[in-house]
Every structure is written in structure tokens, then in C-alpha cells.
Design a protein around this ligand. Sequence first.
Ligand code: SAM
Length: 164
Amino acid sequence: MVRLQEIRSGEVAVDPPAATDAGLVFIGRIRTPWTSRLDCPRQGRQDGPTCRIELFEPWAQGLAGLEDFERVEVLYWLDQSRRDLVRQSPANDGTTRGVFALRSPVRPNPIGTSLARLVGVEGATVLVRGLDCLDGTPLIDLKPDRCQFTPIAPPQKGDFEVGD
Ligand code: SAM
């Protein structure tokens, strides 16, 4: 995994196509204790420090009901990542793996996800433990943990399809 912007032995950078606008909207900002990528955890831990996810208006009312869940899936934009390394060397030993076989922050679309433990909801702020991102990282989305969530909408045809 690239930690800052360097390229290591064996790693492969490509010329990525020009970015297109998918209409992504940052819905908040994540407050964590980490200001350097070199100090962040590689993966958040459920007993890690409590972090604050601050929702921007008008999204705060979208938190209604989230407090029913123990865990929340947090999606964020790893905004300081380079985006062009298709092969990476996490151990910096000349051996590489493809980006899609890694959870490196360096990816064509630098989306990070963590399954965090919900500590509480205070107005427009969600308190969680289990994050691994820099202070100020933009928030893309929050969802209840899929293992704790049962669809509320009525079933539809595809729900019953099995096999090839
Ligand atoms: N848990 C997420 C995942 O699996 O999708 C992210 C894992 S990634 C290995 C976590 C690392 O990303 C941190 O250790 C830090 O080096 C880096 N990182 C954190 N915040 C970042 C940001 N805003 N921009 C770029 N890199 C960041």
C-alpha cells in the first residue's frame, strides 16, 4: 500500500481516464484524532477512539432510526490518495498485488468503508468507534450494518431467485 505518494519497486501506475462527474455529494465530515496518514490505523478497531461524524444540512434528519443499530457502515472519500496505481506493493518488498485484491486507500475511486460501532447520535453528529481515516475526511454515506438489517420494504421477485 502506498502510504504517501511514492511508487515502490514493482508497482505499476497507469494514466487514468479523465474523471467524470458522477454527481457525488459529500454529506458530512469525519472528525478523528489522526492528522497524518502515517499515524492512522490500517483498519479501524471496535475498541478504537470515539470519532465524530458530522452531517451537513440538510441531511441530519436522515439519521432518524439509525440509533436502532449497533453497527453502522461508514463510506468515506479518501481524498488525499493518489488514484493511478493498479499494482501495489504493501510490504514494499518488490512483490505486488492488484488494487482490487487489496484494501489500500489508493484506488481509482478512493472509497473507504468501515463497519463501525455506534456509540450514539447527538443531533447532526454520529459518534462511532472503528474508523481509520484522517481528521476532516469527507463522508459519502452511512448505512446500518447489513447483518443487522432486515428489509422493511415488501419482498419482490428477485428476493426468491436462486441458482444460475
Ligand atoms: N477501512 C477502509 C477500507 O477498508 O476501505 C480504509 C482502509 S485504508 C487501508 C486506511 C488507511 O488510509 C489509513 O491507514 C491511512 O493511511 C489512509 N487514509 C486515511 N484517511 C485518508 C484520507 N482522507 N486520504 C487518503 N488516505 C487516507
